[in-house]
Design a protein around this ligand. Structure first.
Ligand code: NAD
Length: 322
């Protein structure tokens, strides 16, 4: 059985969907703070959130509404679980600057609770969703796992702490905890509404209304935009591979695009010519981001199957349907 923490969120719900499609038993632990119940509307009698997917007849999904910060709840959630895919986090660099304490409590204490409970019941593997933000601004691109982290926000500090706890639990208790550093994930179901929403869902919804998207800064900041299906695949690849404890792997496409490129590509797909607006750069943001993904290729046979352009087309299609 799989436990997906944060399973009602953007990435977590895609992992849950894929596991259910494969006929696996899945438990979700989520407090629905940034995630939504409707993201988990799978099954025979419920309309899948993504069309054209076949679901097994008996969908085996159990949902625990609870908080990662509560060790008793986490202990209940890991009971009988083989693999924990730990996606539950309070995301956003900006939110973490506004409220660093809650970010720290959820992301660090929550991860520590997951590791303690997983160790206690003998979980086979914990896959921890880490973030490219831990690198901060590096002089050299692409970013490699051997580089010294340089987090620029409380969010990035908290994600790095989780990764260090994974390593420490492996070294001291032999818990197979592996960290996947995701680079700017995007796709269907990513929340465009929140004040802390990521650029892609926000730009798409704004441009679908034929309005001008706001870029913070000059728009030349670049990202290794990664379609969510690639991240789902990386999580599932990591589960059965032995001796991954303490490892850190970049999960991305290995290419970079800046925000001006992003607006241009959305315009091309929509057949529009909308100009972005510019506003003050945001604090805590990394300037350039691009991953070296050779380690993930070598160790878990990870290959990004859907590139940025195809992922963007798929995402725009689903946003249009909404
Ligand atoms: N989206 C990205 O670009 C990106 C990039 C790098 C890393 N990540 C990591 O991927 C993971 C998933 O991110 P996402 O984009 O899907 O975010 P999301 O906000 O959509 O999902 C996070 C989920 O965690 C749940 N959660 C938050 N606090 C909780 C708590 N105290 N107890 C239980 N559940 C709680 C939320 O309700 C939500 O369902 C996070 O760990 C994030 O750090 C995401």
């Amino acid at each position: 059985m799989y436990l997906v923490t944060g399973g009602a969120g953007f990435i977590g719900s895609h992992i849950v969907e894929e596991l259910l499609r494969k006929g696996e038993r899945v438990r979700v632990l989520d407090n629905f703070s940034t995630g939504k119940r409707e993201n988990l509307n799978f099954g025979r009698n419920l309309k899948p959130a993504v069309k054209d997917r076949d679901f097994p007849d008996a969908v085996q999904l159990e949902i625990i509404e609870g908080d990662l910060r509560d060790l008793d709840t986490v202990h209940k959630a890991v009971k009988g679980v083989d693999y924990v895919l730990h996606q539950g986090t309070l995301p956003s660099v900006t939110r973490s600057l506004v409220d660093p304490i809650t970010t720290t409590q959820v992301n660090i204490l929550g991860t520590l609770n997951i590791l303690i409970a997983s160790r206690d019941v003998g979980v086979r593997k914990v896959v921890y969703a880490c973030s490219s933000s831990v690198y901060g601004d590096t002089e050299i691109l692409p970013k490699m796992e051997t580089m010294t982290p340089n987090p620029l926000s409380p969010y990035a500090v908290s994600k790095l702490a989780g990764e260090n706890y994974c390593r420490v639990f492996y070294k001291n208790f032999g818990l197979e905890a592996v960290s996947l550093r995701y680079f700017n994930v995007f796709g269907p179901r990513q929340d465009p509404e929140s004040e802390y929403a990521a650029a892609i869902p926000k730009f798409i919804t704004t441009m679908l209304k034929e309005e001008r998207p706001t870029i913070y800064g000059d728009g030349k900041q670049s990202r290794d935009f990664t379609f969510v299906a690639n991240v789902v695949e990386a999580n599932l690849l990591a589960c059965p591979i032995p001796k991954l404890g303490g490892e850190i792997l970049n999960i991305a496409c290995g290419k970079k695009f800046n925000l001006l490129d992003l607006v241009k590509k959305i315009n091309q797909i929509l057949g529009t010519s909308i100009e972005p607006k510019h506003s003050e750069p945001r604090m805590g943001e990394v300037r350039h981001s691009q991953a070296d993904i050779s380690k993930a290729k070598r160790i878990i046979n990870y290959q990004p199957r859907i590139n940025f352009e195809d992922g963007l087309k798929k995402t725009i299609e689903t946003f249009k349907e909404r």
